[in-house]
Design a binder for this molecule. Sequence first.
Ligand code: ADP
Ligand code: MG
Length: 261
Amino acid sequence: MSSEPGVNDATPGVASSAPVPARSVPEDAAVRASGAPDDAALLLRDVVKEYSGGVHALSHVSVEIPAGDRVAVVGPSGSGKTTMLTILGTLERPTSGEVLIAGRDTLHASDAELSGLRAHEIGFVFQGFHLQEGMNALDNVATGMLYTGVPLKARREAARVALARVGLGHRLTHKPTQLSGGERQRVAIARALAKQPIIILADEPTGNLDTKSGAEVLELLHELASEGATLVLITHDEHIADTFPRRILMRDGEIVGDEQR
Ligand code: ADP
Ligand code: MG
């Protein structure tokens, strides 16, 4: 364990020192992932996020995302998409308003509790992959589960399974620089899914990829979500948004459209 750097969800800028409250991985994780339980919903109620300098990134945003929903979030640059995803992922707290994740009220949760929630329930995928350059694919995925408290051997086994799941069973010992962009993003997706999250949050996951790799990554995310996880994905791309049954449109820190098809 000491050989692994202190990453938390491999998310830059997030304190990684908070201990995870004692909680074993639920035995029914796989069942829950496919069972679309009530408590997997994401809920924002009247959420405001202000940044210093008087930036109102989110103005009174309320949204409910039931378990198993697949949602594309679209809107112009600066409209608050990333801020909303960051708050849904508990990486940031709102200035005011309520945030319920997987049925849990995050308002009164400690940083350690939120860290535990992220470690177990939320898989993140970012445009820039956020992989550890010095680590091979297997260790990147295994380290992504560090804060679940699962022992290294079991994490490595889960990592192997997850990498095989994304079609990278033959790339376990490759480092990020030895992988294509599409393969790197698939490693990042394996890292997100290895812990069997009930929520997958993706911020422009295909933004750095060529059309073909982007399409493959998108298909993979849909496939994983169809197994029961809730998927919220930010995109600039109309064609990508069109593949989602629900689309949320943001503008100037507000939700100005919410279409279900
Ligand atoms: P989007 O993802 O839709 O492009 P963001 O959520 O990143 O939009 O940003 C919304 C607004 O909040 C923008 O005006 C942006 O400049 C501002 N913003 C985002 N993060 C910060 C921050 N950490 N500090 C100050 N302002 C921020
Ligand atoms: Mg953004």
